[in-house]
Design a protein around this ligand. Sequence first.
Ligand code: GLU
Length: 417
Amino acid sequence: MNEHSDNPFENAMRQFEKAASKMNLDPGFLEIIKRPRRAVIVSLPIKMDNGSFKVFEGYRVLHSIVRGPGKGGIRYHQNVTLDEVKALAFWMTWKCAVVNIPFGGAKGGINCDPTKLSPGEIERLTRRYTADLVEIFGPDSDVPAPDVNTNPQVMAWVMDTFSMHKRHTETAVVTGKPIELGGSLGRKEATGRGVMFCVREALKKTGKDLKGVRIVVQGFGNVGGIGATLMAEQGAKIVGISDISGAYHNPDGIDMAKANECIIKNKTLKGFEGGKKIPAEDLLTLDCDVLVPAALENQITADNAGKIKAKIIVEGANGPTTPDADEILSKNGVMIVPDILANAGGVTVSYFEWVQNKQSYYWPENEVNEKLERIMVESFDSVWNVGLEYKVNLRVAAYILAIKRVIDVIKVRGVYA
Ligand code: GLU
């Protein structure tokens, strides 16, 4: 019997246990790597523009530092909970291990609706959050980055607040910064670019390339918008897109330049005329070859999984597919490139940014993109080969690869007591 859950941490555990059960591991080690090392909750009192005070709740979870400093974004959203942040931190550990970069996993979030906050309120909230976590963050301990509704400007405030407390400028404490502050060229596009590489590699395995392939993308932010644009540049036909304003369908292919213009003008796709507006819930089941969920968790569920027509799903978002949906899709022969591989391009270039900050030596964009491509293609192939070896789907394969890499390090480090 399947248990239904919207709790991302419980869902993450189910994915993890499925992979771990194929590995014949010491149960003690499994206990160690399942749990977060630390979870912090902070109350953030903020003076609003109208003079009133409001208190927001913030979180930072450090899941693992076995392979290096904790790494992971900060999310601002009205649905942020501690369990969600725990799941996201947990996924970061495996994501960094899948692409074999020397980081552990962490994540942060503030429960707030940023669309209802002014830039000044967001700045004060960010600075208060950072100040409260100043002993926790650090280039060698826990390095934040952007996530849902946070951006390079927010990272600049994190970096500045941290540096003011430390009495020296510390660029490597956070990644995804503005370029003039030590950000890496190519970081903004990195997650979308990584998604594009994964779609291309998945298609290759089925004897196809991006030219003329029909793709639906859910979410038009930093991952979906940039991913869709890059895939269209490679000749793919983007037949459906969506964001908070709604979903848009055009079987002849959506003009990405028009969609991006609309975003620049209105911030959302509201009023977009390059496709027919359809109910948001119909987007995922549109006729297409590849589906890229690049919004939030729990979008593909037992309710809609059976109706999905795409034969390949590439998870731009973290946790978009519930475990029940996963089983239905697997039975239907759908190839899923899992989040911990598909959206790892962002954290990979975050790693490049951190390296450049530590060396104070900056790389040209083509070097960043080439290194990213190499890591994404090698990681895709490694996951694919583990899948063949263990006769499992790509999600289970990605976890097996990542768990093995983390456990191998625990074994040589030993458990300190
Ligand atoms: N928030 C992104 C993710 O979920 C990027 C994290 C990072 O660059 O540290 O992978």
